[in-house]
Design a protein around this ligand. Structure first.
Ligand code: GRG
Length: 298
């Protein structure tokens, strides 16, 4: 596959992030009909500086299928809205009880608990509204709504959170840990790739390859996240670190050790990239993004 230089890739990512953020701003105007405090809380969390990995994956997946990335923007923003809602709710005292996210006080610390809960609720519902209104034809919009609901819902991300909250003793093994992350983190990575392909009306083989890429990348991302929780920088990460390891939670470095975890993540990324072979140069951004995920420091 044709490689692209790091500088070209960085410029592409910076430009695409700016496009994503402009669309997120536009789609959180709510026709001027949202209470000011609620809209401020939504935008405070949604537009805070961060990686935008999932929306980038949606757009790059559509691109890999030969589609104009701008056309996939509603699905990209919907995924980012759901991801942000999950972070807001995950940070609440009833869940992970965190005070720092995306380099700033968490939503409930900055506003209040009720506002943070409602900001999350509003982001969750807005995600589906945007896809239903902005994706054409309606059949594709409906398919995207079903896919995202299933990935984010009671047998996807929410289920993963339930498993994670009940896994406080750290007594499980690798199969259990991977099963938790397949739903908690992996489902949103996977659906990002699927949505890009569905919007582009890709065939079943391309959809399957991108799906597999997404599964492998999601797991690699989580392994690196666990490693950064051990030796990352709080400033670079923009969130508290050491919490999972200090609580004795089940993590990849705890089960495999630091070096083997790193090796596993690299292998997963190689396997993910192998799925892109038949897409040719149109998948070059997906390959670069996968490499970035294992090299990142935040
Ligand atoms: C559904 C109520 C409810 C909670 C959601 C999945 C989840 C449960 C919460 C997410 C919290 C979490 C720490 C998940 C692990 C995945 C992870 C490291 C998310 C952070 O993603 P990044 O690093 O964040 O892509 P940015 O800020 O860059 O978007």
């Amino acid at each position: 596959m044709a490689e692209i230089s790091a500088i070209t890739f960085d410029a592409y990512v910076a430009e695409t992030r700016a496009e994503i953020e402009a669309a997120l701003l536009r789609w959180t105007e709510f026709n001027g009909d949202c209470p000011d405090k609620l809209r401020d809380a939504i935008r405070y969390s949604l537009l805070a500086p961060c990686k935008r990995l999932r929306p980038l994956l949606v757009l790059m997946s559509a691109e890999a299928c030969g589609y104009d990335r701008g056309q996939a923007m509603p699905a990209a923003c919907a995924v980012e809205m759901i991801h942000t809602y999950s972070l807001i709710h995950d940070d609440l005292p009833a869940m992970d009880d965190d005070d720092l996210r995306r380099g700033q006080p968490t939503c409930h610390a900055q506003f209040d608990e009720a506002t943070a809960i409602l900001a999350g609720d509003a982001l969750l519902t807005r995600a589906f509204e945007i896809m239903a209104i902005e994706i054409f034809p309606a059949k594709v919009a409906a398919c995207c709504c079903v896919e995202l609901a299933s990935a984010a819902g009671a047998s996807g991300m929410v289920a993963g959170q339930v498993d994670d909250l009940s896994e406080e003793t750290g007594s499980g093994g690798l199969a259990e840990l991977e099963a938790i992350h397949r739903r908690k983190t992996g489902a949103m990575f996977r659906v990002s790739l699927r949505l890009g392909a569905i919007v582009a009306q890709a065939g079943p083989e391309q959809l399957q390859r991108l799906d597999t890429y997404g599964q492998k990348l999601g797991l690699a991302f989580q392994i690196i996240d666990d490693l950064l929780d051990v030796h990352g920088s709080e400033t670079a990460m923009g969130k508290r670190i050491g919490k999972d390891s200090n609580r004795g939670k089940l993590t990849f470095p705890r089960l495999l050790g630091l070096e083997a975890s790193q090796t596993r993540a690299r292998q997963l990324v190689d396997d993910a990239c192998a799925e892109l072979k038949d897409f040719g140069p149109r998948a070059a951004h997906l390959e670069s993004l996968a490499r970035y995920v294992v090299e990142r420091n935040h």
